[in-house]
Design a protein around this ligand. Structure first.
Ligand code: PEP
Length: 252
């Protein structure tokens, strides 16, 4: 069985002081949370703090992630951060296509595909987010939407889809306190796994994370589902005790 991956998404939160406290808190409790077992852990931080957090993480084994990557390689794109720049800070992961970027920044499936490709070309593992809105779920369109979003990144130039991490994040569950039930989440994860299996013989290697109000209380049940390989954690990643409880639930 592959290790679970628990990745925090700090979103636009933090400060030099708050980041220090948060990372120190996670580092202090990590060994106890793992209890000699294994779980991959990452924190995806705002770009200005990559260098600071890289230093704070040190040799903790917690990987560094970014929350976005530019679709462009370099040049006259004011405000953008390229994959190569992320790589300079030993960034291991980059979230791509988070629903907040799709919703507030107009990112299309094509943009997400280009960003995924840029990350891979720089040696960064993209965490590609897919998920339906409440209206889409209510209209019975969940499967169609997540399959369309995953299809956009499934044929990658020179890379295998097994090099990416997928995060199923139902939009209606993000930051709302409404979590998908383990059965609802597993049903969508199974759809995504089947789609990956049709594309590659390495589909079982792909981590499919669940994200959407995962917390200390519901993590164990969600992570026990056969196709849930970890979590992308927003709000609960900002509190060391909550984040550590989720890591404990994911340790095998
Ligand atoms: C997220 O933003 O990726 C997320 C899952 O947020 P939350 O855990 O706060 O719902």
């Amino acid at each position: 069985m592959k290790r679970k991956l628990i990745a925090g998404n700090w979103k636009m939160n933090g400060s030099l002081a708050a980041n220090t406290q948060l990372v120190q808190g996670v580092r202090a409790g990590l060994a106890q949370a793992l209890e000699g077992k294994a779980c991959d852990v990452a924190v995806c931080v705002p770009a200005p703090y990559l260098a600071q957090v890289a230093g704070l993480l040190g040799d903790s084994g917690v990987a560094l992630g970014a929350q976005d990557v530019s679709a462009h390689e370099q040049g006259a794109y004011t405000g953008e951060v390229s994959a190569a720049m992320l790589r300079d800070f030993a960034t291991r992961y980059a979230i791509v296509g988070h629903s907040e970027r799709r919703q507030y920044h107009g990112e299309t499936d094509d943009t997400v595909a280009t960003k995924t490709q840029r990350a891979l070309a720089a040696g960064i593992t993209p965490i590609v987010c897919v998920g339906e809105t409440l209206a889409e779920r209510d209209a019975g369109r969940t499967e169609e939407v997540v399959k369309r979003q995953l299809a956009a990144v499934i044929h990658l130039n020179g890379h295998c889809i097994s090099e990416i991490v997928v995060a199923y994040e139902p939009v209606w569950a993000i930051g709302t306190g409404k979590t998908a039930t383990p059965e609802q989440a597993q049903a969508v994860h199974a759809v995504l796994r089947a789609q990956l299996k049709a594309a590659t013989e390495h589909a079982d290697r792909v981590h499919i994370l669940y994200g959407g109000s995962m917390n200390a209380a519901n993590a164990a049940e969600l992570l026990a589902q056969p196709d849930i390989d970890g979590g992308l954690i927003g709000g609960a990643a900002l509190k060391p005790t909550d984040f550590l409880s989720i890591i404990r639930a994911g340790a095998r």
